[in-house]
Design a protein around this ligand. Sequence first.
Ligand SMILES: Cc1cc2nc3c(=O)[nH]c(=O)nc-3n(C[C@H](O)[C@H](O)[C@H](O)COP(=O)(O)OP(=O)(O)OC[C@H]3O[C@@H](n4cnc5c(N)ncnc54)[C@H](O)[C@@H]3O)c2cc1C
Ligand code: SF4
Length: 478
Amino acid sequence: MADPRGFIKIAKKPAGNRPVHERIRDYSEVEQTLNSEDRRLQASRCMDCGIPFCHWGCPVDNLIPEWNDLLYRGDWKGASDRLHSTNNFPEFTGRICPAPCEHACVLNIGEEPVTIRENEVAIVERAFAEGYITPAPPETRTGKKVAVIGSGPAGMAAADQLNKAGHHVTLFEKDEKIGGLLRYGIPDFKLNKGTIDRRISIMVEEGVELRTGVEVGKSIPGSQILEGYDAVCLAIGAMVPRDLDIEGRDLDGIHFAMDYLSQQNRVVDGAYVAYDNRITAEERNVLVIGGGDTGSDCVGTAIRQGARSVTQIEILPKPPEKRADDNPWPYWGKILKTSTSHEEGCERRWSLATVKFNGMQQRVTHAEVEEVTWEKEDGKYTMKPLPGSRHQIQADLILLAMGFVHPQHEGLLNELGIDLDQRKNIGIDRSTMATNVEKVFATGDAVNGASLVVTAIASGRRTAKKIDDYLLGAENRV
Ligand SMILES: Cc1cc2nc3c(=O)[nH]c(=O)nc-3n(C[C@H](O)[C@H](O)[C@H](O)COP(=O)(O)OP(=O)(O)OC[C@H]3O[C@@H](n4cnc5c(N)ncnc54)[C@H](O)[C@@H]3O)c2cc1C
Ligand code: SF4
């Protein structure tokens, strides 16, 4: 255990964020870092509980008490090695994971959990700075070839694991750069893209082959991949956005969140976007429809672009500030979350359904909304409009951030004849991660539906293990 009395002696000390007035002028990361001594003291708060609920809460099964102990003792290399034994990319999760581990931490009973996520990123960044993380290609090769299609965190984790197991891995990506939603969804102010480039360059030196700008099923047929590889891993995400099919939807100025966010990430990366195609919040009254993380990322981006006002609305009721009785520790706390983007200046409203978009000269000017109530009937919540509550919200840029429905079916999935599940995600046998098509496996959001980076990494690791079993037999795994 780090320090048996650490949690009594040392108060929780988050690293904090850059001041709002400074950070809204750029796209650099918002979160700051603690000095090494403070970080060590934060690690000392970990009690190495007999039953580490944090470990249970972490989808990649990070050995949290173990690396907290090593961190407290100043063994940064040992901590990094232990961290990497379960997580390929702690530099991503350490920055942007919503940290279900901290919700499950025993100290969270008193609402002062160990700063697990911050400790994680501190360990991996120190390990990079000290040169502990270097390319380590596998000593032997199996002669088997695997195609991983899609380079988000699930595809990257699967490729990394399979390459480490000695297979020759080719990672296909339709976009111009690797990373999936890490690259073109999550804004730079949450995750700087240098972290992806740094990790990818190590993977390339270790032998992973990259093929970007290739949409399998369009640029090249899926059948060609099936012929050329011993196994195929579909890691194509779940990027079909949920739409709002209401009057006025075709007005100018209404966009899917991902079209907006991905363009801004490309601009930050130096891409040129023609004026007519540019989606910008500059001098606009912005309305974000959807109260989740994607919506919050739109808020932060709109503020940086110089929006006149930003409003975010959500159809569900406002969550409570504290856990409800039916949502006890150590489960994920369904409580109000205020992101750094919200702190930067945004009006948030709940229990509002959007019923119509109004406009002038083909451009949206207002969204018509009505208040709704949520009533429990036969154990199920039903939404009811509140009579007489209709009103307008002025907005000349509207961003639809209402989640994602399933992966794209047109192209690759249809061509290969991949079976879907009830939610129209890729259907797999969960015990093998295999699809209905021989030698084709699937992973990440494409099978789970839109989720988190950490669940995508966990899924990628699991699918890689199953592919390895398929290629070599469990008993021969390298
Ligand atoms: C705006 C936004 C913000 C988010 N913020 C967070 C956050 O803060 N924390 C968090 O934990 N999670 C966050 N998420 C969720 C997280 O990013 C996803 O759950 C995760 O990226 C899913 O990983 P994946 O590898 O399964 O798929 P993706 O990241 O979606 O990657 C799929 C990749 O496959 C490629 N592809 C698709 N079809 C083909 C094809 N036919 N050929 C070649 N390539 C193809 C795509 O171009 C893409 O690069 C966020 C999501 C969004 C949209
Ligand atoms: S990956 Fe997420 S859940 Fe796991 S230890 Fe890190 S912050 Fe916690």
